[in-house]
Design a binder for this molecule. Structure first.
Ligand SMILES: C[S@@+](CC[C@H](N)C(=O)[O-])C[C@H]1O[C@@H](n2cnc3c(N)ncnc32)[C@H](O)[C@@H]1O
Length: 413
């Protein structure tokens, strides 16, 4: 199917121009939706409370949407797929008598990356099936309740409507939305064959409450970038991150079938303290402070804003994973740099790429907390600050400073 031709889905055409063929070739899918009753829900703080809004990505199709600002994540997965697909080739499960094969993407967001990632897995599974075997495929798109599932579901509608013969290359599957927190149970026991999560597990289930407590040594004060955090603040985040990862693995251990494959992709750091994860660590806070000094943003508002994002210390992750070795056999575990842009760009182009990545990730949260107008001013100034930094060399995006992403592939024993 040609998604770049005269499709009525203009946004998809624009987005997919730089996308690999696997998504452009997307064939039809059979789409259903159900709301599962959760066995155990993990509570999040209410959006708009004293604490920060939930970490959902930019919804819709506009300038700040995840749909338009997630090429970096897509490119990363494109590089990783040869590694990730190897265990899929070795999955014994497909050779057994299985009527329905279930694939889940935890932290899917509103597309289209999740569709491409899931379909890449499904195509590979189908390719590996010998003639005569034909289980049905069910793909679950899982994310927080507040996620813009409507935008995601419309991709299926558009794709189906445009595909004419309803699946020319035979990739048919039942697509299902599964809202909830991936840190709790979402699926029935022994029901999931392939579990995947890309760029989601570095969002915590909650901000550690002690960092708001003025009487606690973990109190984070007016700052919101963890590069400014004390050791006690980092310890509070690290503890929450360990609990979350354990809860995630516990839930998946219950939900996955023996022999099922799990692929996890999330941000990590190699130095425990000071916390540093990328070249623009300090830039955001500098811009907010400037806006406070000009009276555009209230200082108290900034003080109450803390981030759910925490790139775990690699050794902490390894310890947690090792403690689950009786349930999951690690097939691969490696750290790769995340390139925000290709080499050779001007400072202006570098700045634009960085801001695009951040817009997709943070716009919804910023708008909910600081308001739309302040957020727009923030993005404009943030971009100028980045361009200045890239031009004069005060911000460098090199091997020392890349975001680091951990890729883990494991099988359920
Ligand atoms: C950067 S997006 C990644 C989207 C997609 N997987 C990709 O690779 O482009 C991170 C997603 O994780 C989701 N997320 C954060 N915390 C979550 C949780 N506790 N349970 C499920 N999803 C969560 C966010 O809502 C967001 O959609």
């Amino acid at each position: 199917m040609d998604m770049t031709g005269s499709s009525p889905c203009k946004f998809l055409n624009e987005h997919t121009q730089s996308m690999p063929n696997v998504f452009k070739d997307l064939s039809s899918s059979i789409t259903t939706c159900m709301v599962p009753k959760q066995v155990q829900d993990v509570e999040h703080e209410e959006p708009g409370s004293a604490n920060s809004p939930l970490p959902t990505m930019g919804g819709g199709l506009g300038k700040n949407s995840y749909v338009r600002n997630s090429n970096g994540q897509a490119d990363f997965m494109e590089r990783m797929f040869p590694t990730v697909l190897k265990p899929v080739d070795e999955m014994k499960i497909l050779e057994k008598d299985t009527d329905v094969v279930r694939v889940v993407d935890f932290g899917c967001s509103s597309g289209p990356n999740t569709i491409r990632n899931v379909e890449t897995i499904l195509r590979r599974m189908k390719r590996n099936l010998s003639d005569g075997e034909c289980p049905e495929f069910q793909a679950f798109f899982q994310d927080l309740h507040e996620t813009d599932f409507n935008t995601l579901f419309r991709f299926f509608k558009t794709v189906s409507a445009n595909s004419g013969d309803n699946g020319s290359d035979d990739l048919k599957y039942f697509a299902v939305g599964a809202p909830g927190s991936c840190y709790g149970r979402i699926f029935p026991k022994s029901s999931v064959h392939f579990a995947m999560s890309t760029f989601a597990l570095h969002w915590l289930s909650r901000i550690p409450p002690v960092i708001y407590d003025q009487n606690d040594e973990a109190y984070f004060g007016a700052h919101n970038e963890l590069v400014f955090a004390s050791k006690a603040t980092i310890a509070a985040y690290a503890e929450q991150a360990n609990i979350d990862l354990r809860n995630f693995l516990d839930a998946r251990a219950t939900e996955m079938v023996p022999g099922g494959v799990m692929t996890l992709v999330f941000g990590v750091r190699k130095t425990y303290y000071p916390y540093s994860i990328g070249p623009t660590d300090m830039t955001g806070e500098k811009v907010w402070d400037e806006m406070i000094s000009e009276g555009i943003v209230d200082a108290k508002l900034k003080e109450s804003f803390k981030s759910y994002m925490y790139f775990r210390y690699l050794k902490d992750v390894e310890e947690v994973l090792d403690s689950f070795s009786s349930m999951f056999k690690t097939e691969q575990r490696h750290v790769s740099p995340f390139f925000t842009y290709p080499p050779g760009l001007t400072a202006r182009e570098q700045g634009a790429r960085f801001v695009s990545l951040q817009r997709g990730i943070n716009s919804t949260v910023f708008e909910a907390h600081f308001g739309k107008e302040a957020t727009n001013i923030f993005w404009e100034r943030y971009e100028e600050e980045l361009v200045r930094g890239f031009s004069d060399g005060t911000i460098t995006d090199d091997e020392e400073n890349y975001y680091l992403i951990l890729v883990v592939v494991a099988t359920r024993r």
